[in-house]
Ligand binder design. Structure first.
Ligand code: C2E
Ligand code: MG
Ligand code: MG
Ligand code: MG
Length: 291
């Protein structure tokens, strides 16, 4: 469809010659596009949940991470298909599906002892957020599933700041008024200017995994993670560290004053069912270990 047209037309409108590798790549993308369309319509997608814990290792919530159970390819990672979805526009129905599932889950948790206080974070693509009726979509789903908006966090990325900031802020404020909060994902890898950070109605900065990976006790300086945590503090924002895999990383982050942790150390992304079972068991064994 559109992708093919785009690829085949050079800037001057004349067809371009392809090398075999490019052709293969394009064909692969088109196949993926077609299959993804099918997947959205036929329930091949699901949300995995990864716990987020506080300094006492209490689970305070989860991030929802999309998974695609492909009938022949097996589990396709979002790193592979989200970029395709973004290029083709499929991110809009896909993103709406994520919002719907997320709100449905929050509505269910409302009636489950031990789950009522959990927060749920959903990843939102820039293109999805930029739809003129994005806020209305979110509000409608919250209402439909009776989801408590104060338990919902939307994760945005810094590339959002390259677009119209005024309308971004307006939209965020509209959702913030009902209690929804916002996190800036993968912080430190993008284009944020500090002046924008100050005017956005944000609640949380998520330190990108790249800055967590190298933290060790022996290091003299932990410049980037430390800087982000200090920055967050001065802006009155919470900090979530992503990709915490070792206790050493956790200890260093705790010393730097990090509030919330997410990573394999505390739990891998898992099915909603496995996550729920772990929450129930975890409560029963008094927080010995999550998974
Ligand atoms: P993200 O939002 O930054 O999510 C964090 C990624 O780090 C996830 O990868 C998660 O599985 C992975 N991760 C968590 N803890 C660890 C750890 O300790 N070590 C390592 N090595 N990795 C860890 P995942 O699930 O493959 O998702 C990749 C990206 O795809 C996400 O990055 C997000 O940008 C995007 N994505 C996922 N789900 C959605 C969605 O529902 N909508 C949209 N628009 N994007 C999504
Ligand atoms: Mg995220
Ligand atoms: Mg992230
Ligand atoms: Mg990331």
């Amino acid at each position: 469809g559109l992708a093919l047209l785009e690829a085949k037309q050079h800037r001057d409108g004349k067809p371009r010659l392809f090398h075999q590798a490019q052709e293969d790549e394009l064909e692969e993308r088109l196949t993926l596009e077609r299959e993804l369309q099918y997947a959205i319509e036929h329930d091949e997608l699901c949300l995995y949940l990864q716990p987020q814990v506080d300094a006492e290792r209490q689970v305070i919530g989860a991030e929802a991470l999309i998974r695609w159970q492909h009938p022949t390819r097996g589990m396709v990672s979002p790193g592979r298909f989200i970029p395709v979805a973004e290029k083709t526009g499929l991110i809009l129905p896909l993103g709406h599906w994520v919002l719907k599932e997320g709100c449905r889950l929050l509505g269910e948790w409302r009636h489950m002892p031990g789950f009522q206080d959990l927060k749920l974070s959903l990843n939102i693509s820039v293109r999805q957020f930029q739809q003129p009726d994005f806020a209305e979509q979110v509000l409608a789903l919250i209402q439909r599933y009776d989801a408590p908006p104060a338990r919902l966090t939307l994760e945005l990325t810094e590339s959002l700041l390259l677009s119209d900031t005024d309308s971004t802020i307006k939209k965020m404020e509209q959702l913030q008024r009902v209690g929804i909060s916002f996190a800036l994902d993968d912080f430190g890898t993008g284009y944020s200017s500090l002046s924008y950070l100050k005017v956005l109605p944000l609640d949380t900065l998520k330190i990108d995994i790249a800055f967590v990976r190298d933290l060790t006790l022996h290091m003299q300086a932990t410049p980037i993670a430390a800087t982000i945590i200090t920055l967050a503090e001065s802006l009155g924002l919470r900090v979530v560290a992503e990709g915490v895999e070792t206790d050493e990383q956790r200890v260093v982050l705790a010393r730097l004053g990090c509030h919330i942790y997410q990573g394999y150390l505390f739990g891998r992304p898992s099915t909603v069912k496995a996550f729920s079972n772990a929450i129930v068991e975890y409560d029963a064994v008094d927080h010995a270990s999550f998974t």
